[in-house]
Design a protein around this ligand. Sequence first.
Ligand code: SF4
Length: 91
Amino acid sequence: MTETKPPCPRCNGSAALMSAVRAAEIAAAVPIEPSLCADYAIYRARLERCASCATLREGVLCAWCGCFVHFRARPKAASCPHPAGNRWQDV
Ligand code: SF4
């Protein structure tokens, strides 16, 4: 299946993005109630799916929702917004 690459819905590609390392550091510093937070292994597996996704921008930004994936992947109840289906479904 060929995936289209929509522009970022927030900045249309014009924003200077932070590095993946910095995004992960900031996301880790944001407090989340532990019972609502995904296990670290699940978080890492979600980010691996993002890393292989054609719509990931600059290693940090999901072009489908405009989220920094390091933040989106942290809550236990989070899902991937890919229109072809949740790429995190089985992780
Ligand atoms: S959240 Fe889903 S659609 Fe967005 S970059 Fe990650 S895998 Fe791709």
